[in-house]
Ligand binder design. Structure first.
Ligand code: HEC
Ligand code: HEC
Length: 472
């Protein structure tokens, strides 16, 4: 492996590492449950106070800021990373870097290349980089710790271990190595961010964020696979994350990636002061429009079905936008329960850590409030965000709408142009067994059941509904 491939892999590895309504058993009743029966499973989530920010400043901070202020010396890898023609339009030494990395100053002033939020929150679709589209192609199945050993060697050979360069690399090295020893993705395409933050918390003192080699609480080992949500939903949501876990000050919630390398809460305070701007920027984002022609007559039929069957949970779109901010109880939604339930079980220690940490310092407290269910997400730009459900277990919207057709094992090419405009989602082949390249819905946390709300529709009605969903 040449040095260029290697360094790219190493940095990429970083976030890798980091990174029927049937309560009643009668299935036929599932989709026709009267409104009042539905209501008992739905909980409105009220808004919380947010700081005011500046969207343009937020974009700049996102792609130039040193909220992760540790990494590999720029002088070593800056010129080696293959850029993408500068799709972010960045200037200076950032112009040649791929979107998921930033050239930033470490705390001691050494210029380093560090990963940024776009490792997980930017993705290519049909060859175009889409800001805020969740990364759905990264492969975190391998063990990355060997790469750290090679980075060690490179930095030691070039600068020595008493150098400022080594100091600027150390926080990144310490946390990345720890994560690499614990994180385990079963299939390509899923993200383990929730585990990342729980692990980072376990090795940090909640009061001052100082790293400790002995964990301050049990380390979360049960992995909950995630599909990264689109950022353009943030403006509608009263609570963040698929289970509505994140309440209070959004800016402080979403600066959590800073836990990778933060040295203390003085640094965290400095980073926190920029995040209201980042929130403002996320709230300004629009989804990419559907790129092909839409049959408007069919879409109108679909709209009526949507209004009757789906809008109660997902809201309305177009001229009169509404979003009800509802948490849907697990007993009703019945999608994979591991993530939501985990916060009452294995991940409860993390919630507890958070509730004693700097994050809840007033006046801009961020709270983690576990809930037994999932939020009905906004569906803006839904055509672009395959695969579907919080764990990315369903490859197309057609399969979301027809639960019996969902593949147990499915494999996609991970070519971002290999898109199916009939089914809205990834082209895939159904397989008979799982492996690292094949999504395996039989694994714990990877289940594809539940959300059977369109099962009772005719194939023609589902086609109309799909046509309407293209317009959102
Ligand atoms: C390691 C990958 C990763 C990194 C890095 C990361 N995120 Fe996320 N982010 C996720 C995942 C996965 C979720 C979904 C979590 C969930 O729903 O439980 C998420 C959720 C969010 C949400 C909530 C979206 C919603 O609809 O509720 C926001 C906002 C967000 N991230 C912003 C950021 C910002 C800003 C950064 C950089 C400071 C960042 N994230 C870094 C993976 C990541
Ligand atoms: C009772 C509330 C409810 C109803 C009714 C409902 N949904 Fe959902 N929907 C949800 C919830 C909750 C999720 C998230 C489930 C998860 O991620 O585990 C979801 C997820 C989805 C997703 C995947 C979103 C994503 O980003 O992965 C699509 C698409 C969707 N719903 C479409 C529909 C359509 C179309 C209808 C009408 C036929 C409908 N839903 C009816 C609650 C509902």
């Amino acid at each position: 492996m040449n040095i260029k491939t290697f360094t790219y892999l190493l940095l990429g590895a970083f976030f890798a590492i980091m990174v029927s309504i049937s309560c009643n058993k009668d299935k036929d009743k599932d989709n026709n449950t009267p409104e009042d029966t539905l209501a008992q499973y739905l909980t409105y989530i009220p808004p919380s106070n947010q700081r005011i920010g500046d969207a343009q400043a937020g974009r700049d901070y996102l792609i130039y800021g040193n909220y992760i202020a540790s990494g590999i010396p720029y002088s070593l890898v800056g010129a080696l990373l293959p850029g993408d023609g500068n799709s972010l339009g960045r200037t200076g030494d950032n112009a040649t870097l791929p979107p998921g990395f930033s050239a930033v100053d470490a705390i001691n002033g050494v210029r380093v290349v560090a990963p940024n939020c776009l490792q997980c929150h930017g993705e290519y679709l049909n060859g175009q980089f889409v800001m805020g589209l969740g990364n759905n192609s990264a492969d975190y199945t391998g063990n990355q710790s060997g790469l750290i050993a090679i980075a060690d060697l490179l930095i030691t050979n070039n600068f020595g271990q008493n150098s400022p360069q080594w100091q600027a690399y150390l926080p990144f090295r310490t946390s990345t190595l720890k994560l690499s020893q614990i994180l385990k993705a079963e299939v390509r395409g899923i993200n383990l961010a929730n585990n990342v933050f729980a692990i980072l918390a376990a090795y940090r003192n909640p009061d001052n964020f100082v790293w400790t080699d002995d964990p301050v609480m049990p380390v979360l080992e049960k992995m909950a696979p995630m599909d990264v949500p689109a950022w353009w939903h943030t403006k509608k949501k009263n609570a963040l994350y698929c289970n509505g876990l994140g309440e209070g000050d959004f800016a402080r919630l979403i600066m959590a990636a800073n836990l990778l390398t933060v040295s203390d809460t003085a640094e965290a305070r400095q980073v926190d002061s920029h995040f209201p701007d980042v929130v403002a920027y996320l709230q300004s984002l629009q989804p990419p429009p559907y790129p092909q022609t839409i049959d408007q007559t069919l879409a109108q039929q679909g709209k009526q079905l949507f209004t009757a069957t789906c809008a109660r949970c997902h809201g309305t779109y177009g001229d009169t936008e509404t979003y009800p901010n509802l948490l849907v109880d697990l007993d009703l939604i019945k999608t994979d329960p591991l993530l939501a339930e985990g916060y009452f079980n294995e991940a409860a220690a993390y919630v507890n850590w958070h509730s004693q940490s700097w994050f809840i310092n007033n006046p801009n407290a961020a709270h983690l409030v576990p809930k037994r269910g999932y939020m009905a997400p906004p569906l803006d730009g839904i055509w672009a965000t395959a695969p579907y459900f919080h764990n990315g277990s369903v490859p197309t919207i057609a399969d979301v709408l027809d639960s019996k057709n969902r593949p147990t094992y499915w494999k996609r090419t991970f070519d971002n142009t290999d898109y199916n405009y009939q089914k809205l989602g990834w082209n895939y082949t159904a397989e008979t067994a799982g492996n690292a390249q094949t999504y395996n819905t039989t694994l714990e946390g990877y289940g594809n059941g539940g959300h059977t709300f369109a099962d009772h529709l005719t194939p023609q009605e589902r086609t109309a509904l799909l046509e309407y969903l293209k317009t959102l």
